[in-house]
Ligand binder design. Structure first.
Ligand SMILES: *Cc1c(COP(=O)(O)O)cnc(C)c1O
Length: 402
């Protein structure tokens, strides 16, 4: 088999026509700022918040400038600041520890399991070290949320969920983002909806959301929000909360609203592609695939597999051979952070203790984007290429030694 793949791993689908039309209408009337409305017009941003709150079942929603800003705002609203510690995943992306650093706090990393979720035993042993867990559902892998919440509730640890890769996903029927005090989402191009940049924050807690709204730069215009707590909630909070501007604008909101309406359909399309890859790779020697429990309603906008305990030279060989055939894979075990791969010890502003258990797993994680511009046939070809190249390297360098 020598067929190569020629698709582009960073090419997303175009913005749906309804989003383009809505964006053009905003450009034509010129009222891009969320508080710039004419007469009884309702801003696109306020409508987006209302719709996302309804979609997730949250009482409140706030649209902001990025996923990173959503997390920083959630931490600030919870009172996290200079000198505090915050628990978070060792396997996550740079904006997560970055959000913790942004409020002057220090991350304490928690191990990752072979199924690419947070290690609940390791978490349990660290619950006395912080009052907040910023839980990253990294690459869309959702841990046993019932067990995690029981453990955090018992220890009085507030959970904030990073749902950058779980918009539209759920655990046991409850939407991801609805377990913690806040759910934080990203609307940047590589996530599940695309406005270039953008973020969403949801919560059921009126005081916390009032703080988040003031933090985002609401001036005294919070009554123009719809998915927001009542004006009375702001009575004191409006005086006490600094303005750290990071609002979303009406143009992005207009682009996003039709995409949110399509989210369930898009999720099914992602998962159909995931299943083709999973099927095609199931019998590959030396490779393991993360187990996906029945309670995990994931949205597979990316694909991961593990080459556990492989020598780094052999992993690099696999990456190179796949690359030559048009399949772009990223490796979390590389010596240097590259592109979107980095790990807890890449963030040297944190004085992190060594994590041998996570090191072993991170050294085996191979990561692949799964844009919807790929067809299921494309995914079958990609799986065949990966399977052939992993098998070849396995046979020539690893299996003889085992
Ligand atoms: C993308 C991402 C974020 C936030 O992203 P922004 O670029 O700030 O919108 C947060 N967590 C994870 C795991 C991400 O991949």
């Amino acid at each position: 088999m020598t067929e190569n793949f020629s698709g582009d791993f960073t090419q997303q689908e175009p913005i749906p026509q309804a989003g383009i039309d809505a964006a053009l209408a905003v450009l034509q009337h010129g009222r891009l700022h969320r508080y710039n409305t004419a007469g009884d017009e309702i801003a696109e941003t306020a409508l987006l918040e209302e719709e996302f709150a309804a979609q997730t079942g949250a009482r409140f929603c706030l649209a902001v400038a990025s996923g990173g800003y959503a997390m920083t705002t959630a931490l600030r609203a919870c009172g996290i600041g200079h000198g505090d510690t915050v628990l978070t995943n060792a396997f996550t992306l740079a904006p997560v520890p970055g959000a913790i650093a942004a409020v002057g706090a220090t991350p304490i990393f928690v191990d990752v399991t072979e199924d690419l979720v947070i290690d609940l035993d390791n978490l349990k042993s660290k619950l006395d070290q912080a009052s907040v867990l910023l839980l990253s559902h990294m690459r869309g892998h959702i841990c046993d949320m019932d067990a995690l919440m029981a453990m955090c509730d018992a220890a009085n640890v507030t959970v904030i969920e990073d749902c950058a890769h779980t918009m539209g996903a759920h655990w046991n029927g409850t939407p991801s983002g609805r377990f913690g005090k806040f759910g934080c989402y990203s609307c940047q191009t590589y996530k599940h909806v695309n406005s270039g940049e953008g973020g969403l924050l949801i919560s059921d807690d009126a005081d916390l959301m009032a703080r988040a709204i003031m933090l985002s730069g609401s001036y005294m215009l919070f009554e123009r929000h719809r998915a927001a707590p009542s004006a009375e909630t702001f009575a004191q909070i409006k005086y006490e909360t600094p303005n750290i501007s990071g609002r979303m604008d009406n143009l992005r909101a207009a682009i996003l609203r039709p995409q949110l309406a399509d989210l369930a359909t898009q999720s099914d399309r992602w998962n159909a592609r995931y299943r083709v890859l999973e099927q095609g790779l199931r019998e590959t020697p030396g490779m393991s695939l993360p187990n996906r429990p029945a309670r995990e309603g994931f949205v597979a906008s990316s694909f991961q597999f593990l080459l556990l305990d492989w020598p780094s030279q052999a992993v690099q060989d696999v990456l190179l051979r796949c690359q030559k055939r048009g399949v772009e894979l990223k490796w979390f075990g590389g010596a240097e952070p590259a592109g979107f791969t980095s790990r807890y010890d890449s963030w040297r502003y944190v004085d992190a203790a060594p994590m041998p258990k996570s090191d072993r797993i991170l050294a085996g994680i191979i990561d692949m984007r799964l844009p919807l511009t790929f067809s299921e046939d494309d995914c079958a070809l990609i799986a065949a290429i990966i399977q052939a190249e992993v098998s070849a390297v396995w046979q020539s360098t690893i299996s003889p030694k085992t």
